[in-house]
Design a binder for this molecule. Structure first.
Ligand code: XIL
Length: 386
């Protein structure tokens, strides 16, 4: 819990700063312009991008970006196209970005990003079908307030969630979904998250409170709905349960893995890994070993590595260690990939001064990039390419 605090604080501040659950203020992207491939490969010191080297080692590498970053900086497309195989949108597939406060659903903003990602040959990961944060709680509250009694209110909230899942699965072609995100608490006992252990103000916890069996009931329903929607629309995608602090909190790790083992609709377990350079090799090993034991796909879903308190631990070393352990421990058939939560330090959700990513503020490769590139090159047995 202690380790998570600065992240939660940052998140709260960020959310307060942009008005909590207000829709994002996204500028009009204008008409869609296909890319000129010639723009995408400026002179490069390397023959291989990171994605080629990751692929050669049997792992898919991904990155998160937001609409603001995509409209704000052309360098992003150069880097994404060259170095990544998959992307996750930072906010744009979340409930409060898709559903308005009157309950209408709009895909306009996100569709622009989907087309752009397609144009860069990027695969898409869906984040997220169920989360207690960034929900369109004004709309959910309207449903509750308008219901005749608490039974009707619960039915209305459940129906709204089922409809959201159905519409999302119908609309997007993704290789996998985060079906539920952060459903366990930080209490050190692996309890389900509930309104009582969820911070008010920015976490309006409506869904878990309206299911029989509480949060577990919500999670069961979410996976069932996602699976049924995939079948209905003739689609396939992995279905993940995703959470943070799994590397620090063994009870949470155990609770998540146990749940996944008991539910055949879950096909993947995700660990966000918003960590820092203090993280030990043993902690990563234990986490990955337990996740592999579930028999499900194993994904590192939101990796970022700011400096911790031990000055001799470097970001570059820890990132290489994470890739090494992932490749050593997770069998190829179970690899769901590794996604960084951001591209350039300039746009990290952790804010300024953290430098948690592979590229500096000018989208230039940092030491961490160079070391990871060299490690993956050597591990794949390829000849030096620079
Ligand atoms: C973050 C986004 O990166 C920010 O832009 C937004 O303000 C808050 O959410 N865990 C998650 C992600 O699952 O959805 C969060 O993303 C980071 C923590």
């Amino acid at each position: 819990m202690m380790k998570r605090f600065p992240i939660l604080l940052t998140l709260s501040l960020l959310l307060c700063a942009c008005g909590g659950k207000e829709p994002l203020n996204i500028p009009d992207p204008g008409p869609y312009k296909p890319l000129d491939p010639a723009d995408l490969y400026p002179a490069s010191v390397f023959k291989y991008g990171l994605k080629d080297l990751a692929k050669a080692n049997g792992v898919m590498i991904g990155a998160e970006f937001t609409h603001g970053e995509y409209t704000g900086d052309d360098s992003l497309r150069v880097v994404l196209k060259r170095d990544f195989e998959a992307v996750t949108f930072g906010n744009e597939m979340k409930h409060d970005n898709i559903v308005s406060n009157t309950g209408s659903i709009s895909f306009v903003w996100v569709d622009e990003m989907v087309r752009w990602a397609k144009d860069c040959d990027l695969k898409l990961f869906g984040h997220t079908l169920g989360w207690h944060s960034q929900q369109q709680s004004d709309y959910l509250q309207t449903l509750i307030d308008g219901a005749a009694d608490s039974k009707a209110a619960a039915a209305a909230v459940r129906e709204a969630h089922a409809e959201f899942v159905d519409k999302m699965v119908e609309h997007f072609d993704v290789y996998a979904w985060d079906v539920v995100n952060e459903v366990f608490s930080d209490d050190g006992a692996g309890s389900w998250r509930s309104s009582s252990n969820t911070q008010a103000n920015y976490h309006v916890f409506l869904w878990g409170d309206y299911y029989e069996g509480g949060t577990k009931g919500f999670v069961d329903a979410a996976f069932k709905e996602a699976k049924e929607a995939l079948q209905k629309y003739g689609k396939t995608a992995d279905l993940y349960i995703n959470d943070y602090n799994l590397e620090w909190n063994p009870a949470k790790l155990e609770a998540l893995c146990k749940y996944a083992e008991g539910n055949p609709d879950v096909t993947g377990v995700g660990s966000q890994m918003h960590c820092n350079t203090d993280l030990s090799e043993d902690a990563i090993k234990n986490m990955l070993t337990r996740m592999v034991k579930t028999g499900k796909k194993v994904r590192i879903s939101e990796l970022d590595v700011p400096q911790g308190s031990i000055p001799t631990n470097t970001q570059a070393d820890l990132i290489v260690t994470i890739f090494k352990l992932y490749l050593d421990i997770v069998p190829e058939a179970q690899r769901g990939g590794i996604t960084f939560w951001g591209v350039s330090d300039k746009n990290s959700w952790l804010g300024k001064g953290k430098y948690p990513l592979l590229y500096n503020n000018a989208y230039q490769r940092k030491d961490s990039y160079l070391k990871l590139h060299a490690y993956l090159l050597e591990r794949a047995g390829l000849e030096k390419d620079s």
